[in-house]
Design a protein. Structure first.
Length: 318
């Protein structure tokens, strides 16, 4: 006898929301599976925060539906709020209260205590517990982040929603935070997290790529990277700015994007051999002042696919 899959904690169908002439959500449809670490990935203005505010019952959509833990986000606000943990993008705790006072306050709001929720938050809270008497406003960025996560978890929610939780913190704190999320998910908690960082997207089980209120794709990060439609090459050369301009002027260039200290180049011709392409580009670049040049084939990643999808979406927009 097979066991029926657990119901999806988040189901969104045809969701739309506008603020005057600005369309924040445009026919958004997605589903988050139980126990999943699901990412909403995209730049500022993509619609991520508006979607979170609908899911947390802080905004009512203009059209479509959103179901959270089996409840309607437009009407069942009190039942949803009691069962969801939410960490907004901006630090929203009380800066004049101490670390421990913030935790006890948020526990009391949900009718529980710090002692009852301690077991769940212990792996996070123990890292800042030595500073429990320090005012929250005096914490470092990474410590504020861990306090906010502890406050979102102290009532033992069934679903955790995190809106760009690592924005503005250092790389080490970002990595530590994602390690904490991995541990929470391993314990069975369903997590939805938004991020503008593509390296963080790779740590999600599945992601929804969002731009201008639309969902461009939903899949596993590796599967989205595999959607890139052409062979991709990493190009090295100097001077860098002249190299970018020269490659973009090449008659057969399909895309040229800076990625760290290299450029990602794809050719509009599907069948050109890498060695032949390198010879052509070398002959094109030499008279344009590019003294050093090297290239090698690479596998496309999620960021390559996202850039391609954004370009396609912009080209098809009315």
């Amino acid at each position: 006898m097979t066991t029926a899959p657990a119901p999806s904690p988040v189901v969104v169908r045809g969701l739309g929301k506008s603020f005057g002439e600005t369309v924040a959500l445009d026919d958004v449809t997605l589903e988050v599976r139980a126990g999943e670490l699901f990412g909403l990935v995209g730049p500022d203005g993509g619609g991520k925060t508006t979607l979170f505010r609908v899911l947390t019952t802080l905004l009512v959509p203009d059209r479509g539906s959103a179901t959270v833990l089996g409840r309607d986000a437009a009407t069942d606000l009190w039942e949803i709020r009691a069962r969801v943990g939410y960490m907004p993008g901006r630090f929203s705790l009380y800066p004049d209260l101490s670390v421990e006072e913030n935790l006890r306050f948020f526990a009391s709001v949900f009718g529980t205590t710090l002692e009852r929720g301690y077991e769940l938050i212990a792996p996070i809270y123990r890292q800042i517990e030595p500073f429990k008497d320090r005012r929250a406003g005096q914490l470092s960025g990474g410590m504020k982040q861990k306090l906010a996560l502890s406050c979102a978890l102290v009532h033992r929610p069934e679903l955790l929603l995190l809106d760009e939780p690592t924005t503005g913190v250092d790389a080490v704190s970002r990595r530590e935070f994602w390690d904490l999320l991995d541990a929470l998910q391993a314990g069975g908690l369903t997590i939805v997290v938004s991020t503008p960082y593509m390296d963080e997207a790779d740590r999600c089980g599945r992601v929804a790529l969002m731009q201008r209120g639309r969902v461009l794709a939903i899949d596993e990060p590796g599967a989205i990277g595999a959607r890139f439609p052409r062979p991709l090459h990493a190009v090295h050369g100097t001077p860098r700015h002249a190299l970018i301009q020269a490659l973009r002027a090449f008659p057969h260039a399909a895309s040229v994007q800076p990625f760290g200290d290299v450029l990602h180049y794809s050719d509009a011709r599907p069948a050109v051999a890498p060695a032949a392409l390198e010879d052509e580009l070398r002959a094109w670049l030499a008279p344009r002042g590019i003294g050093e040049f090297a290239m090698e084939p690479i596998a496309p990643g999620i960021e390559d696919a996202f850039m391609e999808l954004m370009g396609s979406s912009a080209g098809s927009a009315p």
